[in-house]
Design a protein. Structure first.
Length: 221
């Protein structure tokens, strides 16, 4: 019979398993990874991973949850270093977002490029992804509350996220040109987004403005 493992031994093996799984999932996709392959990479019996996780999907959920938590921690630390300056915090969050994706591309891809059915089966993944979403929008909410940005915080957060994610994925895929450099492109993206957020969402001219702008018709005598 297998001996009882200490909590530290369990945590150590789970960490090793998740590290191997993250690389395999990121490079081969979820369908290209099997429990047997993970066991072989760890040098253990095919049944050993089942002592720690129910199945492959549970491992993927754990890997993604850990990535979301690392991501959220990176953004939260960036906000903390701003020491209450909401403008500096917003800029720091954007930089931390880009930096995380550059330094941990496998984790980033697994966070946002994969989804899992029946998310309620993985409460840690639900918790970690919700934490990351809150962290991404918190700086936007602070800027709106301070009157610096105009608009709905949740919608603005999605807009900033969509722009940053697109930029990151183009970079990871090697699709951006060498010139202008990435930092130049990033700066221009943020300039446009911040300028729009400060001015509010552009809307169609109001009826009153259209009436003022329309040429007046002369009344017949």
């Amino acid at each position: 019979m297998p001996r009882n493992l200490s909590a530290s031994e369990v945590d150590s093996f789970r960490a090793r398993l998740c590290a191997v799984a993250q690389h395999r999932f990121a490079t081969r996709g979820a369908d290209g990874v099997s429990m047997r392959q993970l066991a072989e990479a760890l040098g253990c019996s095919p049944m050993t991973p089942y002592r720690y996780f129910r199945n492959k999907d549970a491992i993927l959920a754990a890997v993604r949850a850990a990535a979301f938590d690392r991501f959220a921690t990176a953004l939260e630390r960036a906000v903390a270093r701003a020491r209450g300056d909401v403008r500096a915090a917003g800029q720091a969050v954007s930089r931390a977002y880009i930096r995380f994706a550059a330094r941990q591309p496998e984790g980033y891809r697994l966070m946002f490029d994969l989804s899992q059915p029946h998310p309620q089966r993985y409460p840690e993944l639900v918790r970690a992804s919700a934490r990351a979403r809150r962290t991404m929008t918190a700086s936007i909410e602070a800027l709106v509350a301070a009157g610096i940005f105009t608009g709905k915080p949740a919608l603005l957060g999605l807009v900033f996220w969509a722009a940053l994610h697109g930029l990151v994925m183009l970079r990871l895929a090697g699709k951006l040109p060498a010139r202008p450099g990435f930092r130049t492109i990033q700066g221009e993206v943020m300039r446009v987004l911040v300028g729009g957020a400060r001015g509010g969402v552009a809307t169609a001219p109001s009826r009153a403005r259209r009436r003022r702008a329309a040429p007046r018709r002369r009344r017949s005598p």
